[in-house]
Write a protein that binds this ligand. Structure first.
Ligand code: SAH
Ligand code: SF4
Length: 427
């Protein structure tokens, strides 16, 4: 999400103010820090990064510093208190106002702050996305109204709001015109999508998928993230009729224990989650399923954790983003009693990750000898004449082929399996 926002900010600053992107801090006229508040570690990184940037600004006082994203949203004024050398503070829903805020900073000589959630669509104020390569993100909905007890997102990004369907389709079509083959539809819970249609009705996510699949040039559709609570049969049915939909889904479960899921306010049981996976596999037997898991939620017992391990065994996850619970300011879970020692949580995390890693290796091995459709990303890191491509389930395959295949979809046969990549043959 932040990656997408950062790219839009770059497009905006280039179009409206003539900035060019640089990776060299020393030569930057403006530094934009797009922050993440999902866990404490990311949150605190904002201030260590700002400390480093301040040193450069001391040598060159004309340099401007803008802080955006969820830390800015959560802390507001406090960013300016902790880091008074910051010039502009903006939120995830106000970055389209960045040029105006920067101008005001010059006119008034004072730091500017706007972390509101305006009702107007920020997308109406952003330039059409500029893309390099064949993959692109498209935001379809913003914010979140689920209020899981541990999560800061609803407070930092605001309530769920969907972009109108025509806007999304226009953006995808523009990207396809620029040579994009793979789109990733983006949102906190994409399957909660309720996009206005020209006839006044609302389109759900399944309908949106049908329309996106109709756009010429788009050959592969991904989305992230979806929520088990709204993973309807209509979405599962899409996997039967839309071949462009990848054979991979990222569906965060968070825990395999019903009591923990209830305390998290997730709104589903472990068995309901199993049922979704089972029905998905009925239409796509070899679909790979990835997930997010939180370990050490307040009150998580050894039995609760064992239930999570059992769920992992049942579903056979291919990958996970798994982390130890991090208390976030303002969330109910931050006030729940938490007596599990950190070392116990760490041991649970390592055990769980080792199991999922072993399944990932196993899945890679079953791919040996199979035919895969892949998107060619560019030259392989090693080997003359070797190309690098990505499979549906996010494996990198290296194979020999001409440069003309870069940014196209091709079929390869998997001939070798390594720990972190595959080797293949162009078909
Ligand atoms: N909307 C998505 C996920 C968004 S946040 C969903 O609900 O599935 C991405 C992931 O960060 C979450 O799935 C969760 O696993 C993790 N996360 C969020 N808050 C956290 C916290 N306080 N501590 C640890 N992990 C957290
Ligand atoms: Fe956070 Fe996802 Fe829950 Fe929303 S649904 S509150 S983004 S974890």
């Amino acid at each position: 999400m932040n990656d997408y926002d950062s790219n839009r900010i770059v497009d905006l600053l280039r179009n409206e103010m003539g900035y060019e992107k640089t990776d060299n801090l020393e030569e930057a006229d403006l530094v934009v820090v797009n922050t993440c508040a999902i866990r404490e570690k990311a949150h605190e990184k904002t201030y260590s990064d700002l400390g480093r940037i301040r040193e450069v600004k001391k040598l060159r006082p004309s340099m401007r510093i803008a802080v955006g994203g969820c830390v800015a949203s959560l802390e507001g004024e406090n960013v300016l208190k902790r880091a008074p050398f910051v010039d502009v503070v903006f939120g995830p829903q106000t970055y389209h106002r960045l040029p105006d805020m920067l101008r005001l900073r010059e006119e008034t000589g004072r730091s500017q702050l706007d972390v509101t959630f305006p009702e107007i669509e920020k997308f109406d104020h952003l330039p059409a996305p500029k893309i390099e390569g064949a993959c692109a993100f498209v935001s379809i909905m913003e914010g979140c109204s689920k209020y899981c007890s541990y999560c800061v997102v609803p407070y930092t990004r605001g309530e769920e709001i969907s972009r109108p369907m025509v806007d999304v389709l226009m953006e995808v079509a523009q990207l396809a015109d620029q040579g994009v083959k793979e789109v990733t539809l983006l949102g906190q819970n994409v399957n909660a999508y309720q996009g206005a249609m020209p006839d006044g009705n609302l389109a759900d996510f399944a309908l949106l998928l049908d329309y996106v699949a109709e756009i010429d040039g788009i050959e592969r559709i991904r989305y992230t993230t979806s929520h088990p609570r709204e993973f309807s049969q209509r979405i599962i049915d899409c996997y039967a009729r839309i071949p462009k939909l990848v054979n991979h889904v990222h569906l965060p479960v968070q825990s395999g224990s019903d009591s923990v899921l209830t305390a998290m306010k997730r709104g589903y049981t472990a068995d309901e989650y199993r049922s979704i996976c089972k029905r998905l596999r009925e239409v796509r037997p070899d679909i790979s399923i990835a997930t997010d898991i939180i370990v050490g939620f307040p009150g998580e017992t050894e039995e609760d954790f064992e239930e999570t391990m059992q769920l992992i065994r049942d579903v056979h996850f291919d990958a996970s983003f798994s982390f130890i619970f991090s208390p976030r300011p303002g969330t109910p879970a931050a006030r729940m009693p938490d007596t599990t020692p950190h070392r116990v949580k760490l041991a649970r995390l390592q055990k769980l990750q080792a199991l999922i890693d072993s399944y990932a290796d196993e899945i890679s091995r079953t791919m040996l000898g199979t035919e895969q459709r892949v998107l060619v990303l560019g030259h392989a890191r090693r080997g003359e004449g070797m190309l690098m491509a990505r499979t549906d389930n996010n494996r990198i395959v290296n194979f020999a082929g001409p440069d003309s295949l870069i940014d196209t979809m091709v079929r390869v046969k998997v001939t070798e399996v390594f720990p972190h990549s595959l080797g293949g043959e162009l078909l």
